[in-house]
Design a protein around this ligand. Structure first.
Ligand code: NAD
Length: 301
C-alpha cells in the first residue's frame, strides 16, 4: 500500500490544541506536512479567560517537533478577521505557502431554543461558521495562485440531522455544508477541493455524552484518516460530506425525492398527494443549483 505523504505541503489546522484538531495536526505532520497548529486555548464554551492562551497550540507544535516533524503554533482567534489573516500569514511567512486548510475549531453553548441568548447564538456562529469563512478566505487567494488546495471543514451530525439544545450549533454546522458546496464549485477551476466531515469522537467536548468505554472506540485518531485522505492531492472528491467515527465512514448527501406534479386543485390536491410529495425514492443527488433546477424542470413535464 503506497503511503499517503505530504512532503512539501503546508497545512493549517484550526483548534488543534486538543481533541480532533490535535490528532489531525499530528498525523499530517507525521506524513511530512509542515503544520501550523492554531488554538487560542478556549474552554468548551468558548470562553478563554483562564490565561492559558496559546499554550495548547504550543504543546502540540512541540509534540510534533519532538517526533521530528515541522510545526509552529498560532494562538489566534479564528472568529476574528485579524486572527484568521495572521494564521494564514504565519504559514506563508514560515513555510512560503499554504496547501491544506483544516477548519476544525469549535465551541458549544447548548441550551433549549427558548433559552438561547443572542450572545450564545453569536458566539457559536462566530467560531464555527464565521471562523471557517474567515480562515478559508484568508487562504483562498494563495490556493488560487498556486492552482492547488485542499479544504477540509468540520460539520456535525447535530447540524445535518438536528439535535435538542443545539439550535445555534446546528445552524452553524449546516451553514458549513452550504459554504463547503459553494467552495467546491468556485475552487474546481483551480484544483481546490472542499469537503466536510461530520465526526463522532470522544473528546473533552463530548466526554459527558459517551460512556467511558467509548474513549478508545471513538478516539479522534479514528477520524483523522478521513482528513488525511481528503487533504491529499490524490483525492479529487469535492463538495461532499462524510460522517466518520470509530472507523466507520459514510457519505451523507442532500437528495431530492421524486415529488408530485399537481394540477389546479390547490391546497386540497396537495393534501391528498402529501405521501407522494414526501416519498424518498427514487431520489436524485444534485451537485449544484443548476442540476437541481434541471431536476425540477424535468418534474414539470
Ligand atoms: P475540542 O474542544 O477538544 O477542540 C476544539 C478546539 O477548538 C479547542 O482546542 C479550542 O481551544 C479551539 N477553539 C475554540 N474556539 C477557537 C477559536 N475561536 N479560535 C481558535 N481555536 C478555537 O473539541 P473536538 O471534539 O475536538 O471538536 C473539534 C471539531 O469537531 C469542532 O468543530 C466540533 O464542533 C466538531 N465535532 C466534534 C464532534 C465530537 O464527537 N467530538 C462531533 C461533531 C463535531
Amino acid at each position: 500500500m503506497a503511503e499517503l505523504r505530504f512532503d512539501g505541503r503546508v497545512a493549517v489546522v484550526s483548534g488543534a490544541g486538543h481533541g480532533l484538531g490535535r490528532s489531525h495536526a499530528l498525523e499530517l505532520a507525521a506524513r511530512g506536512a509542515k503544520v501550523v497548529v492554531n488554538d487560542l486555548g478556549a474552554r468548551v464554551d468558548g470562553r478563554h479567560d483562564d490565561g492559558t492562551g496559546a499554550t495548547a497550540a504550543e504543546a502540540v507544535a512541540e509534540e510534533i517537533r519532538a517526533k521530528g516533524g515541522t510545526a509552529i503554533a498560532d494562538g489566534g482567534d479564528v472568529a476574528t478577521e485579524e486572527g484568521a489573516r495572521s494564521l494564514i500569514e504565519s504559514a506563508v511567512d514560515a513555510y512560503g505557502r499554504v496547501d491544506i486548510v483544516v477548519n476544525n475549531a469549535g465551541i458549544l453553548r447548548d441550551k433549549a431554543f427558548k433559552n438561547i441568548t443572542c450572545a450564545d447564538w453569536d458566539a457559536v456562529l462566530a467560531v464555527h461558521l464565521r471562523g471557517t469563512f474567515l480562515v478559508t478566505q484568508a487562504a483562498f487567494g494563495h490556493l488560487r495562485e498556486n492552482g492547488y488546495g485542499r479544504i477540509v471543514n468540520t460539520t456535525s451530525p447535530a447540524g445535518l440531522f438536528g439535535n435538542f439544545g443545539q439550535s445555534n450549533y446546528a445552524a452553524a454546522k449546516m451553514g458549513i455544508i452550504g459554504l463547503t458546496k459553494t467552495l467546491a464549485i468556485e475552487g474546481s477551476k483551480y484544483d481546490i477541493t472542499a469537503n466536510a466531515i461530520a465526526p463522532i469522537a470522544f473528546t473533552r467536548m463530548t466526554e459527558d455524552l459517551f460512556p467511558p468505554g467509548a474513549r478508545e472506540l471513538l478516539s479522534p485518531e479514528k477520524v483523522t484518516p478521513l482528513v488525511v485522505w481528503l487533504a491529499h492531492e490524490d483525492c479529487e472528491t469535492s463538495g461532499e460530506t462524510y460522517s466518520v467515527g470509530g472507523g466507520r465512514v459514510a457519505r451523507v448527501f442532500v437528495a431530492e425525492g421524486p415529488g408530485a406534479l399537481l394540477g389546479d386543485g390547490g391546497a386540497e390536491e396537495l393534501r391528498d398527494n402529501w405521501p407522494d410529495v414526501n416519498a424518498e425514492r427514487p431520489y436524485v443527488v444534485p451537485r449544484n443549483l443548476a442540476e437541481q433546477t434541471e431536476v425540477h424542470f424535468q418534474g414539470l413535464t
